[in-house]
Structures are given as C-alpha cells and as structure tokens.
Design a protein around this ligand. Sequence first.
Ligand code: ADP
Ligand code: MG
Length: 253
Amino acid sequence: MNAMTADAADVRTQPAARAEPFFSVRDIHSYYGESYIVQGVSFEILEGEIVALLGRNGAGKTSTLRTIARTEVPELKRGEIWLAGNPLHSMKSHEAACSGVQLVPEDRRIISGLTVEENLILSQVAEPRGWELERIYEHFPRLAERRKQEAVTMSGGEQQMLAVARALARDLKLLLLDEPYEGLAPVIVQEIERIVAGVKELGITTIIVEQNAVAALKLADKAIILDMGQVVFDGTAREVLDNEELRHEYLAI
Ligand SMILES: Nc1ncnc2c1ncn2[C@@H]1O[C@H](COP(=O)(O)OP(=O)(O)O)[C@@H](O)[C@H]1O
Ligand SMILES: [Mg+2]
C-alpha cells in the first residue's frame, strides 16, 4: 500500500503518512520524578517481527516497555511513539491498550481470587476485543483444562501462558513481554518459546525483554541493546550472537 492510499483509507494515518515502519520509537525521554532514565531511545520494527530488547540489569528495558505502554510512570517528556499510524505518545495507557499495545509485566498481573476463565473474561470487558474464549482454549488446551481453577494456583509457566492469552483476548498488535522466562524451568521456557513463535505466526509484532539473552535471540529477528537508558546496538539477532565483544560487554554471555 502506498502513502496515497493510506491517506485516503484512513484520516488517522495522515500525520504519519510517509513510508512508515509498523512501529517506531523516536527519541523518547522518560523520567521517574527527577530521575532521568530513558535517554533518547529510538528504534523501528517491521510488522510481525520479534525484537529482543536486551541489556544489563538497570539498563532501562522495563522503563522502555512501560513508556511504550504509556503507564503512569515513567513519564514520557519528549519523543514520539507510533504504532500502525497511531500516536501512542499522546495517549494514556488504556488508550494505548485500545490501539493494540498489550504489556505483560514481569509479575504477569494474574488476578488472585479469580479463575482462569474469569481472568480471560475480565480482559474482554472493554472494546476492542480480540480472540473469543473458544479460540483461546483451542490454542491453549492447558488453559481449557484449568478454566475453573483459581489462576494464581497454576504453575509459573501456565500463568505466563494465561498472561499471553489475556493479551490475545484484547485487540493485540504489539505484544510487550517483560522477562517471560523468569523463574521458569528450561522445559517450560521451551513451551513459552513455542507460544511466542505462535504469536509471530499470527503476524503479531513482539518486543521481548529477557535476562536469558540466548533464548530471546533464538526467536528474535532483531536485537536492540540498551545501556544506561540509551541504545548501544541495533541490528540482527545473528549479529549479536556472532559478536563476542558485544555479548561480553552488555549481556554477560
Ligand atoms: N519506579 C521507579 N522510580 C525510580 N527509579 C526507577 C523506578 N523503576 C526503575 N527505576 C530506575 O530506572 C533504571 C532502569 O530500570 P529498569 O527500566 O527497571 O531496568 P531493566 O528493566 O533494564 O533492569 C534503574 O536505575 C532503576 O533503578
Ligand atoms: Mg526489568
């Protein structure tokens, strides 16, 4: 589709009607109060790509994801974030969610006291909705088996599965996964990897933050390395795996 057709098809795309990447972050700066954390991060992602966002502890990975999802903190003070022609930078978190950004935070935010099914239904309360329950259960048979179980009593891997399923229950265009493998046994990590690969097959774009850089790079098309709130590398996953210096310096692998 050329820029002219995009213009004609949808006026909302007009401000970004140049040949735009699917997702772009342009010189974003964000703060926790006076603390200046995300310091001019820029990158672009094509639709359907998996991007591994890597870097040492405290590099600003979570803060970058939260800035993209437009959570209350950190506060975005400068820069632009565009998803499919929509300006996330001028949105609140619920509006970003309505535009298709779904953040699965490290703690997964599974709601205690609710069953698996109730957790799923809750994510469908607001429009626009994504997958129906039936489709979710077909895709995640384990969740179907456990639909009446209190969700927080499931294993870590099953809870991670539910967190991804909840994102699919919304209108999902950009999935933000913050350390999805954390605390999971290797065999369960493999299971979550298959789920992330499945999300890619659906054409959905994903940013995955992981301490387990090797596992994240295995799935990723592209890698971005952050250090002290700035991008120090932006290239292919292969380039990172082949660059020993880079791996030692920023990833300890
Ligand atoms: N709520 C917060 N208030 C103040 N500083 C924070 C807050 N959360 C994170 N930080 C700081 O921001 C920096 C980046 O943190 P974070 O984005 O969590 O890094 P990463 O996810 O890469 O480990 C760290 O120095 C951290 O101490
Ligand atoms: Mg983090």
